[in-house]
Structures are given as C-alpha cells and as structure tokens.
Design a binder for this molecule. Structure first.
Ligand SMILES: Cc1ncc(COP(=O)(O)O)c(C=O)c1O
Length: 391
C-alpha cells in the first residue's frame, strides 16, 4: 500500500514531513497497520475462521479494501450509513466502481438490530451487488427487515443474535433463538444465515480468559445443539472481538470472527495483552502548548480529539499514553487541552515540542477526525479521509 501510487495520491497541499503538520493530527504507522492486518488474516486462515472485520474502527472503504484483499469474507458495519459508504467505496482492492464490477459481490453484515422502517429500508436499499445480512434479536426487528426486503424485492440474510454474557443485545434462551431462526427461514425474502454473539464482556488479560471462553463455549454448544434439533443448523456462527482475537479458535463452534480494533490497536488492547505496544499503529500527534503549571505539560489534544474513554477492563490511569514514553499518561482533559502527567518521568518537554499519544480506545478517536495521515518513520507517505465519519 505504501508505494509510488499511494504517494502520488497525496494531494499537492499535503506536506511530506510530520513536523510540518498542524496538530492535533491522526498518524497511522503504515508498517504496523499492515502487520496487524497480515497477522489477523494469517491467524484466520490457519484456524479456518472466516474473517469479517468491523469497519467501525477505521470507517474507510480504502482500508476495508485492504482487509478484503487479505481474504476477509465480508465486512461488519454498525449502521446502514456505514454500509452505504462501504458499498459505494470498496473496490476489493482494485480500481474502479464496484457497481460495474464483475468481481464477487460485497458481503455486508449489519451487526445492529435493523429496527424501524427507515433503518431497514436504508439497509435493503444498498446496491444490488451487495449481499446483505443483519443481526437481530426480536420479532419486531425481523418484521421491519422482512417488510423492507419485500419492498426492495431482495433476499436478506439473518443472523439471530444471542447474549452469551455481554448483556447488551441478544436473545436469552435457545427457544427464542430457534423461534427467530425459524421465522427467518419461513419468510419469503429472508433466510436464516447463522447466529451471532459478541464477546465484548471479555476484557481481562489474554491469559486470564480461560474461564470466560469456556463459559461462552458451553452456552454455544447448547445453542447450536438446539438449532440442530430443530433442523436449523446455523450455516455460520459469528463472534469475535479484538481482546479475544488470538483465542477465537478456542470458542467451540465459532466459524466467523468480527474484530475491528485490531487494525490499529490501542492502549486498552495492549494492556489486555492482545497486542504489544509496538503494534499500536495509530497515534495522535499533539503539540505541547504550555508547561507553566508545575508537574504537567499541556498538549493541544483534549476530549475533542481523544474522547473521554477510560481504560476498559484493566486497571490503569489516564485517557492515553505517549508512544515513546508510556509512563507519561494524559491524566486530565478539557475540550482542547490534554494534561500530561509528568510525575513518573524526568522528561521535561519544551513548549512547541510534539508528542504522539496512543489513545485508550481508537475507534472513538478516528470518529472524531476528518483526515488520517499514513506515516513511515517521520515521513508522511499516505493520506485518507474518514469517509464514514458521522455516518
Ligand atoms: C457487534 C460487534 N462485533 C464486533 C465488534 C468488534 O470488536 P472489537 O472492537 O473488540 O474489535 C464490536 C465492537 O464494538 C461489536 O459491537
């Protein structure tokens, strides 16, 4: 991806040196990102798991194309708007417009209940060469989806979502799972494409995940057995997250994983041990704007760049940490100010110095920016827009 063509795609107004960027700015280390993409693709290939990355992390058709080019079976979206942006922009790694594209159709999963006629209609209004699947957990969602599919006269797949411990969405028992799977398979336009769950409740360190993974496996055993007894063997069992990514094969019955964060990783992922610090590909370039108050340095990245995301699942302070000095954390913020805690370091930055911050939760940070700069060392080698931002 970092090649002559990418460099030429830099618009003439874009500088090629990080030092010349206005801050705050999002930087993605291209080598690290590509390593993250390659590693997950290799893992999924070795373990015979379908990889369906969640695009909410990067919100970029171009990066989705990189995931598909590496063998992803399709994409996961959180909103039909994101799906629209992907359908319009993804070219599966090649050039051109996919509406006139003879290559295989794009497979998009909406991992969010398609409730409400407008949401369902936006989903079924996607271009004809998109295979649509939606995850749902209620009769109402199924009815809304079926009605929209009938109006659009198109087939739509259904993943029935089950709650396996996250306690956010998902049916609670096997009989509801079977009932929705049957309703989907009985519908003229819908079909039962599989079952889904999200193990987002597992946020302990990777080596401490045994018990939770075992519990999910047991509940999945029961769920799959109930579907099979009803003659509704799920074609796909879709799960997966970044904290559990490398142990996905230990969850019995899973055939598909949907990690999102893994493309960039973040401080939370590193703390959990699902990546190393060196795998954190995205940083926020910020400038020290004040050192007047003792014990701290103030940078120009506050809540409007970093979000206000605590570390999730692991003990730890702050809203981000410096890539080069992880002991220096962002201990407080206002909208445009980030307060670096200097109590654990002898480093005393000068006003005007730049730093790179690894955010606690990268998905929120990307969503707050218009532009991302791809970097190699201190040079900018690429640039893309967060096209599905606000969508
Ligand atoms: C339904 C669903 N699937 C997959 C993911 C991706 O998980 P992660 O961000 O841990 O990679 C998310 C994240 O929020 C999600 O909500």
């Amino acid at each position: 991806m970092v090649d002559g063509a990418a460099l030429r795609s830099l618009s003439s107004g874009v500088t090629l040196e990080i030092a010349e960027l206005e801050t705050p700015a999002l930087l993605v280390d291209m080598e690290r990102m590509e390593r993250n993409l390659d590693r997950a693709a290799a893992y999924a290939g070795e373990r015979k798991l379908r990889l369906r990355p969640h695009v909410k992390t990067h919100k970029s058709p171009r990066l989705a194309g990189e995931q598909l080019r590496r063998g992803a079976v399709g994409l996961t979206c959180a909103t039909p708007f994101e799906a629209e942006v992907m359908a319009a922009g993804v070219t599966t790694g090649g050039e051109g417009d996919r509406r006139n594209d003879p290559r295989p159709p794009l497979d998009l999963l909406l991992a969010y209940p398609p409730v409400g006629s407008r949401r369902a209609a936006r989903l079924t209004g996607l271009p004809a060469n998109v295979n649509i699947i939606a995850a749902l957990d209620s009769e109402r969602a199924l009815r809304d989806l079926a009605a929209a599919a009938a109006v659009s006269q198109r087939e739509v797949g259904v993943y029935v979502e089950m709650d396996l411990g996250m306690h956010r969405v998902g049916v609670q028992d096997a009989s509801s799972l079977v009932a929705l799977a049957r309703a989907a398979s009985d519908d003229r336009w819908l079909h039962f494409a599989g079952m889904a769950f999200y193990p987002g409740h597992i946020r302990v360190s990777v080596e401490e995940q045994d018990r939770a993974l075992g519990e999910v496996s047991e509940r999945l055993d029961d769920a799959i057995a109930s579907l099979e007894r009803a003659g509704l063997k799920p074609p796909v069992v879709s799960g997966g997250s970044t904290p559990t990514i490398w142990r996905s094969h230990e969850i019995r019955g899973v055939t598909e994983i949907r990690p999102g964060t893994y493309i960039f990783n973040d401080r939370t992922t590193a703390e959990i041990g699902a990546c190393s610090w060196d795998d954190c590909a995205l940083t926020i370039l910020a400038t020290v704007v004040s050192t007047a108050v003792p014990g701290q340095a103030v940078v120009d990245a506050g809540t409007k760049s970093l979000g206000r995301e605590p570390l999730r699942g692991t003990p730890g302070e702050g809203f981000g940490a410096l890539f080069d000095r992880p002991e220096v954390t962002v201990r407080g913020m206002s909208e445009e100010h980030g307060l670096l805690d200097l109590s654990g370091t002898s480093w005393r930055p000068d006003v005007g110095e730049t730093v790179r911050i690894v955010p606690n939760h990268v998905c929120i940070v990307v969503h707050l920016a218009d532009d991302v700069y791809g970097v190699s060392g201190d040079r900018i080698v690429d640039h893309w827009g967060v096209e599905a931002r606000g969508r």
